[in-house]
Every structure is written in C-alpha cells, then in structure tokens.
Design a protein around this ligand. Structure first.
Ligand code: ATP
Length: 291
C-alpha cells in the first residue's frame, strides 16, 4: 500500500520556511472623539449670565456632551502583516499612536475604518491581567492566571515561579495598592507570561524593572518567540528594541513611516531624532529614554 507523503512545511523560493501570518492589519484608522473640549458656553452664547447659569443647571452632567466634540486621529491608514516567531518593536515619539495601535490589535478599541485580523489569542500586558488594588498579589495571581485560561491547579503550580519572577517577595500577601508602580508592573508581566500567549503585547513594562528584571523579561520574551508566538513591544528604549526585536515599526503622527529589520529602523529613527545624552541628575522615570 502506498504511504502518503509526510506533509512538508511550505518554503519560499530560497528554501526558507514560508512565514505564517499571525496578525494582519489593513488600512487601520482609529479616531478618538473627545467630548466637552469646551463647556456649556457653546450652547448658551447669550450675554445674559443668569440665562447661562439656568441652562447649565438644567443640563447638569450632560453639558459636557453638548460642548464641542474634538476628534483625535490617532492611527492613520496603517497596514502590515506580522508573522509567527517575530518580535516587533513599535517606536516613535510621544503621542505618535503606538499604544493606540497596540490596543486596537488587542481588540480593545474598534477600528474606525480598516480591519485587524488575528490568528491566535492576544494577551495585552497590563490590561488582560486586570489586577485589583484592594486584593493581595496572591489573589490577583489566582484571578489573573484564570483569566488567561489556566486552571486553579495550574495557577497554584506556577505560583512560586510567578512570585520569584516578579521579585516582589512577601509583598505578594499585601494588597496591591501598597505596591510601588514598578512592583505592580513586574507582577503583571509575571502573570501575563505565566501562560505562553499566541500574541503577547507589551507596553513599556520593561522600562519599570532593574537590570536583573530586564534580563529575565527579555529572556521570557525570547522564549515566547521561540515557542512560535508573536511579540509586540512598545518602547521608548532604542536599545531594548534593538536587543529584543527582530523587526520594528516606526509610528509618527499616527502613520506607519517605516517597517523593517529592528536594527535598520531604529538607526533611521535615531538619525532623525537623535537622543540627548542623559544628565547625571536625571531621575530614571518609566519613560526615560536611552540609546
Ligand atoms: N482615550 C483617548 N481619548 C482621546 N485621545 C486619546 C486617547 N488615547 C490617546 N489619545 C490621543 O491619541 C494620540 C496617540 O496617543 P497614543 O497614546 O496612542 O500615543 P503613544 O505613541 O503611545 O504616546 P506615548 O509615547 O506618549 O505613550 C495622542 O494625540 C493622544 O493624545
């Protein structure tokens, strides 16, 4: 009897494995609408102050909605395809649309136009693991782990690893509102990566830890990439993107202006926006830039 041939992975012309798309973003636009940019005066433009006060009182909370509506076009006509096994840095100046793009990929913001297609389950660090300040780290690990699809037994078996990874020690038995922002961010990272997601999205979380935590988290990101996931990383740190990403997207004023190997895109970005050397007195805040 003839044995059917083993299925082979499709390859490109030069013999490399065919890329497997995990995220397809096509002509994506995100427009935020901000209500109440101007208050009630747009409604009652009369000079009569008494009349204005009456209108404001009658409208109560609604007066914000009656005010001017401002539109913020945060992401403009962005298209790209991300493949399994890629780690993609998203870089750009403040307000360029990086976080909005990430949240749209995670399905948290509906496209105003265009589309986002995903082949797996996304996990957006810091949002999917919704942690509650009044609960202890321990309870949050249990809830967050289950929100990621782990069974209570699986969460318990990973509990020690999660605590060790986050480096929060005995704080795990304290309410999370007593944590520093860095401790909270590290715990979120540890919970979010306790189960290997198909698509991991990280927004600045790596800027919150010390060198040791950064080393551990970059190792974890490498593991996820190797386990055939796709990683997106929004970062203001060019060195982090260079070290951890295979590819980079450069956003500017909502537009994707470069997409290519991380090394090349970061070099072009740095050439356009050279970063000033840090002063010795600068405090290393979460948004601190390096080179
Ligand atoms: N919820 C919102 N409502 C209205 N406008 C918003 C909202 N979130 C972001 N924006 C606006 O959208 C634009 C893009 O913001 P976004 O946070 O995506 O940029 P970013 O590149 O991540 O910025 P940063 O580097 O400062 O974090 C900015 O002009 C911002 O003011």
């Amino acid at each position: 009897m003839a044995v059917p041939p083993e299925p082979t992975q499709p390859t490109t012309e030069d013999g490399a494995p065919e890329p497997k798309p995990s995220v397809i973003v096509s002509g994506l636009d995100i427009v935020y609408e901000v209500y109440g940019a101007k208050r009630g005066r747009a409604v009652a433009s009369s000079d009569d102050e008494n009349g204005l006060r009456i209108v404001e009182r009658l409208l109560g909370d609604r007066q914000e909605k009656m005010g001017h509506v401002q539109k913020v076009h945060a992401v403009k006509d962005v298209s790209f395809v991300a493949n399994v096994g890629e780690s993609i840095g998203i870089i750009g100046r403040n307000g360029s649309g990086k976080s909005t793009l990430l949240r749209a990929i995670a399905g948290l913001i509906p496209p105003t136009s265009g589309s986002v297609w995903l082949s797996g389950e996304p996990s957006l660090l810091g949002v999917n693991a919704v942690l509650l300040g009044d609960l202890t780290g321990e309870r949050n690990i249990l809830i967050g782990g289950q929100a990621l699809g782990l069974s209570p037994k699986e969460v318990r078996s990973r509990f020690d690893d999660i605590v060790e990874f986050s480096g929060i020690g005995d704080f795990v038995y304290m309410p999370m509102k007593a944590y520093s922002s860095g401790m909270g961010a590290r715990l979120r990272f540890a919970i979010s990566t306790a189960k290997t997601p198909d698509i991991l999205m990280v927004d600045e979380a790596l800027a919150t830890g010390d060198a040791d935590f950064k080393a551990r988290s970059s190792e974890r990101i490498r593991e996820i990439r190797d386990e055939a996931g796709t990683v997106f990383l929004v970062s203001h740190s060019n060195s982090t993107v260079r070290e951890m990403c295979t590819r980079a997207l450069w956003m500017d004023k909502g537009r994707l202006i470069a997409d290519g190997p991380a090394e090349d895109v970061v070099a072009a970005y740095q050439k356009t926006f050279p970063q000033k050397p840090k002063k010795a007195t600068d405090s290393p805040g979460p948004r601190a830039k390096d080179s």
